[in-house]
Write a new protein. Sequence first.
Length: 231
Amino acid sequence: MYTVKVLSKLRFPFPTDCSQELLNGALESGEVDIYPQGKEGRSVRVYCDMETDGGGWTVFQRRMNGRTDFYRTWTEYSAGFGNLSEEFWLGNDVLYNLTSVGPMSLRVDMRYGNKTVYAHYANFSIDSKERHYTLTVSGYTGNAGDSMRYHNSRPFSSWDKNPDPLGIHCARSYMGGWWYKNCYKTNLNGIYGANHDNQGIVWIDWKGKDVSIPFTEMKVRPSRFSPATHG
């Protein structure tokens, strides 16, 4: 009965994302269980960023030390992999569910040495597995440069699945899973620490092709969320 009482006091007993967990009063970043498909769906363990730009961000990608291999299969990218407290990809199936609930924004935070930059996109979603998790992204602001725009409308591809080839097999050539075009302006799932042959973790509009960025985080939050009014 105690659990029921506590749940009944929460504004969102079954939070669909980290913004609702923030509205429930969770003010520190960390791991929580959310319900992207509502209380009838299964819970998903995620990492919430409760500090950046007002908080409420559901993190779906992080690179920080090279301990996790991102050269994975289509199935692995669908299901997700890695360690929520270190490096991980949350999973395209969960990302689809998160971005299907309502309009979402994307934030990409990157760090190189003591320099940090970010890219914010007002509109971000991916399509279903049947539609190859095709990317929709627009509305850039920030100081990193608009490298994601190049990938708008592209399907997700991995080394073992290339839904819409445009010449070379980009996922195999650059050893990641991504919304490759021909091939990329950003490749945040590339090889950690590879500062050669365009193989690394790249955001071209910030560091060019041959500098691998040592820290990246990708995260989503409802577009309508206002940091100033979440109390």
